[in-house]
Design a protein around this ligand. Sequence first.
Ligand SMILES: NC(=O)C1=CN([C@@H]2O[C@H](COP(=O)(O)OP(=O)(O)OC[C@H]3O[C@@H](n4cnc5c(N)ncnc54)[C@H](OP(=O)(O)O)[C@@H]3O)[C@@H](O)[C@H]2O)C=CC1
Ligand SMILES: O=C1O[C@H](COP(=O)(O)O)[C@@H](O)[C@H](O)[C@H]1O
Length: 508
Amino acid sequence: MKAHIKPKPTVFMIFGGTGDLAERKLIPALYNLFLAEYMPKEFKIVGLGRTAYQDDSFREVLLEGVNKHSRSGKAEKDKWAEFAEHISYLKADVHNEKDYEKMEKIIETCDASWSEPSVIIHYLAVTPQFFPIIAKNLAKMKLANDINRTRIVVEKPFGHDLESAKELNHLLKNIFHESQIYRIDHYLGKETVQNMLAFRFANALFEPIWNRNYIEHVQISVTEDIGVEDRGGYYNTSGALRDMVQNHILQVLCLVAMEPPVNFDAEEIRNRKVDVLRAMRKFGSEEIRHNTVRGQYSEGWVEGEKVVGYREEKDVDPDSNTETFAALKFFIDNWRWQNVPFYVRTGKRIHQKSSIISIQFKDVPHLIFPSKSTESWQQNRLIISIQPEMSIRLQVQAKRPGLDMILNPVDMVFNYDGTYSTDTPEAYETLLLDAMKGDQTLFMRGDQVETAWELLMPVLESWESKKSISFPNYSADSWGPETAEALIAKDGFHWFTLPIKKSEKEKK
Ligand SMILES: NC(=O)C1=CN([C@@H]2O[C@H](COP(=O)(O)OP(=O)(O)OC[C@H]3O[C@@H](n4cnc5c(N)ncnc54)[C@H](OP(=O)(O)O)[C@@H]3O)[C@@H](O)[C@H]2O)C=CC1
Ligand SMILES: O=C1O[C@H](COP(=O)(O)O)[C@@H](O)[C@H](O)[C@H]1O
C-alpha cells in the first residue's frame, strides 16, 4: 500500500502450495507482481504439500493455474520460464519436524548467495486445523524467532467463534510478535475498498457531512450469484455470518465509520478501526429478534438453468440449518453515528453479484419546488460500488431539460474503467506485496478479530439455539428472504441495487 517501501529479498514458504488457493490466487498474484516488476530481484517461492511432485511437475501445475486464473491471461513462455526458476517444491507434512529442517536449509542457501538476509514469509494456505501445529513447529525449529525477518500470513477463517479466535491469537502471540502476524482479509486488498481511505481523508468535501447530522442511513450489501460450489463441507460449519459478516463486511463498515486517523501508519489506522467495533451496540435478545434476519436458498433457475437448493449441495447435510443469507441492522454508539442505522446484508444465490456501500443523506430541510415537479424525488445518495462495477456515484437532484421545472435524480459518476487505462491489481497482489514490504495496514490485528467475534457471538448463539426456523426461505436467483426487505422497509428505506449493465448480463 505504501509506495515508498521496496521489498527486500524474500522467501515465500507456502504451506498448502498444492491447494486451490495457491493455484487460483497466490501464484497468479505473485506472477503478476513479477510481470509488473514489483518482486524483489532475489526471491524464492517454495510450495509445500504431501503430494509427490518434482520442481518441474509442480511448476507445470502452477502454470496451468496461471493460464486459467491470472488477470493477465495466458503466461508468456519466456516470462513464465524466468519466473518459474524462482519456484521449487518441498514434499512435506506439516507434522514432520524433519521437513522443517529442510526448509531451514533452503533459507540458508538463499542467504548464502543473496545480497542481504531474506525476509521469510510463512503463508498458511491450509485448512485452519493445521495453523497451530505449523506455528508450533516453526517455533520449535527456530524458524519463527527473528522478529525482523520472519512473518506469518494466516488465511481465513480466523477462528470459528470468539473462544477459538482467542485461542489462536494466544498461540500465535506466544510465538510471534504482533508485528509478524498478517491476518488476511482479502476485501481489504480490493482497490475500491482501499479507495475509501483516499475518498474520505484526501478530500475536504465529504468529512464535514460524514456524520449523524447529514447521513440518514448506511447500507453495505455484498451479494453473490453463485451457490456454495465445491465448498459445501466448509460452508456448512460456517454460514453467511461467519463467512462474510464477521470479517469482510465489518472491516468495510469500519472504513466507512472510522474517525480520521492522524497519519497513515498501520497502527493508527487499525486503532481507529477497532474503535468503531468497540462502539458498536451489543445485541440483546430484542435486537436479535428485530434487527437480524437469516435465510437459506432453495432450488431455482439461474440464466435458464436449474440449480439445486443449499441442502442438496455437495457435502451439505440435507437437514442443514446453516444460513446462506444474513441481514443485520447495526448501530454505532458514538457522537458521530448516534442513531444512524447501518444495514448490512450478504447472501449466496442472489439475483445479482454486487458489493455496494450506499450512504443516504438526510432530506432537504425545506422544499421550495411544487410536489408535481418532484415525483421521482430521491434524497442525495453516495454509492461506492466495490464490484463488479468499480465506481463512486453521487446522486443529486437536477432540473430535467425542458420548459417545465421538473426535477429528477442524476448521477455524478467516477468510474474506474472510464478514468484509468491501467488494469486493477487483484486483492492478493496488493496484500502479498504489503506482506513482503512489512506493511500491516490492510491486515487485521488480533484485537479487531476478537472484537468482531464478540459483537456477533450473541447472534450466532441465538441462531444456533433456535433450530426450528423454516428453511429454505428464499429461492435461488431472488433477492433473499422477504423478511430482509421488511428489516429495512419498516424504517422507511429499501435495499439499494445498481442496475445490471447489459455487458455484465451478457458475460453471465
Ligand atoms: N480456495 C479459496 O478460494 C480460498 C481459501 N481460503 C483459505 O485458504 C486455506 C486453504 O484453502 P484451499 O487452498 O481451498 O484448500 P485445499 O484443500 O485446496 O488445499 C489444502 C492444502 O493443504 C495441504 N495439506 C493438507 N494436509 C497437509 C499435511 N498434513 N501436510 C502438509 N500439507 C497438507 C494440501 O496439500 P497435499 O494434499 O499435497 O498434502 C493442500 O495443498 C483455507 O484456510 C481456506 O479457508 C480463503 C479464501 C479463499
Ligand atoms: O471469503 C470469501 O469471499 C468470497 C467472496 O469474495 P469475492 O472477492 O468474490 O467477493 C465468498 O464467495 C466466500 O464464500 C468467502 O469465503
